[in-house]
Every structure is written in C-alpha cells, then in structure tokens.
Ligand binder design. Structure first.
Ligand code: CIR
Length: 255
C-alpha cells in the first residue's frame, strides 16, 4: 500500500458505451471527468508521481487501467482481458510500462486474466477466478510471479460480482476490507478483516494509497468504521464509474 507511482487514464467521450452488467443509466462524461480529476489530485497529494495518460476513444473502458496489467517491484505483467472489447487496451498500456520497467512480461493465452481480479497483500498474491479470469490465465501469471519469488493463491469471486476486488481491498499489509459474502468463502483466513457495512457492499472497492484510503462517496457507515479503525479516509464521487461496474481500484495502476 506504499507506492511511489501510479498510472491513470482520462475518460473519453466513448465512456457512454462502456461495458456494464446491468443498465442503470448512462455515465455523464463531465461528471466523470470531475471525479477523475479529484481522484488523481488525491493520489498526487501523497507525493507520488502520477503518470496521466490521454483518453482513448476507441476503447470505452480504457479509463479502468487496472485491468490491463499487474505491477510488482520486480516487473510488470501485461494482462489478457476476458472481455474481447478490452483486449486492445493492453498494447496501449505496454509502451508506458516498458518506459518505467526493465522487465515487462505478458500473458500470451489462451487463458484470460484481468487486473481487477488480483489482490497483492503483504504476503501473497490472491487471484479470484471470475467471468473474466480463468484457470489458464491464473496458471500463466502464476509461473511468472513464482519466478519473481511471490506466492500466488487462486480463490473465487462471488457469483454475479464482476471482479475479485469489486468485493475487497487491502487496507494495510495484514488487513483487508471485504464484503461479508466474499469473506464467507474463507479466502482471508489469517488476515485481519474489516467488513463493509450491510447494504454498503460497493464500498469494498476502495484503495489504500500511502496515507489515504480512497473510498467511493455515499457509504457513511463503512467510512465511519474506517475512521474509527484509524484510517485517513478520502471520499471520491464514484456515481458515474459505478454505472459501469467500476470503483476506486480500477482507475489506477499503483507501484
Ligand atoms: C468492465 O466491465 O470491464 C468495465 N466496465 C469495468 C471494469 C472495472 N474494473 C475493475 O474493477 N478493476
């Protein structure tokens, strides 16, 4: 959760065509741009260097950069998204990662894996199988990160939930913020777990970035819990990204 850099990408007008499991309204670009600017400013306030990439109108979901790669101290791994419309976002991210990392690997397939299904904790890398991430994708990532000295553990994403990290986030090396439904699977045994408040499941997609926990706005019982546990919470409007099943983690690659 201590990072010196992050990569973000500004939303493009095509965001209105972004993927969504359920149509709960069309995202408003201006509102999303304002929230995105607030998000980037918060990351910058921690002193980290933020690499801001330009909008990519050809790829409506390109603002959700997290899904295109996994960034580790040893190197970066380019993902192979399970959503066909998102495949083209990966080569667009590759040159940026090659400029900052000496070692950039890629998932070549046939499997699929998206960054939203990967949680890096203080002791291991958890990867949730989902509609976007399959066994072959996990196995290919596992070979790479094992070579780099990491332990990878495959877990499951609750049915109907887009990504593993839709339902959890890392608060510090040993502490996870999770929905009860995900924690019930037993995947966080041995960790300290803080549950989001009942009915505030969407608050689970938060991020710890240096001194701050960035939380989607509008989940007062969960943010109160985090305050009480000693975390410095910053609330960011997520109303427009939420229409596309996106949250705090999807909007950046952090390393
Ligand atoms: C998608 O369905 O791929 C996008 N609309 C949302 C991606 C959210 N990414 C994430 O949670 N890491």
């Amino acid at each position: 959760f201590e990072f010196s850099r992050a990569i973000t990408r500004r939303p493009a007008p095509s965001i209105t065509n972004g993927l969504r499991a359920e149509d709960i309204g069309t995202p408003d670009l201006d509102k999303m741009l304002a929230a995105h600017a607030d998000y980037v400013a918060t990351l910058k306030k921690t002193g980290a260097e933020i690499i801001e990439l330009p909008p990519l109108d050809a790829y409506p979901d390109a603002v959700f950069v997290e899904d295109t790669a996994l960034c580790l101290p040893q190197g970066a791994v380019l993902m192979r998204p399970g959503a066909p419309s998102r495949m083209g976002e990966v080569p667009e991210m590759a040159s940026t990662l090659r400029a900052v990392y000496d070692d950039v690997r890629e998932i070549n397939g046939p499997g699929h894996i998206e960054g939203g299904d990967i949680l890096v904790t203080g002791r291991e890398i958890l990867v949730g199988r989902s509609d976007r991430t399959d066994a072959a994708g996990v196995a290919e990532l596992s070979a790479i990160v094992t070579e780099w000295g990491h332990t990878l553990r495959e877990v499951f994403t609750p049915p109907g939930v887009l990504h593993f990290k839709t339902d959890c986030s890392l608060l510090d090396a040993e502490t996870i913020l999770s929905t009860k439904r995900l924690d019930a699977s037993g995947c966080f045994e041995g960790y300290r777990v803080v549950h989001v408040a009942e009915g505030e499941e969407a608050a689970a997609n938060s991020i710890r970035f240096n001194q701050y926990v960035l939380c989607p706005a509008g989940f007062p019982r969960t943010t109160e819990k985090l305050h009480k546990a000693g975390y410095e919470v910053v609330e960011i409007d997520n109303s427009e990204c939420a229409k596309l099943d996106g949250g705090m983690s999807c909007l950046s690659l952090r390393f």
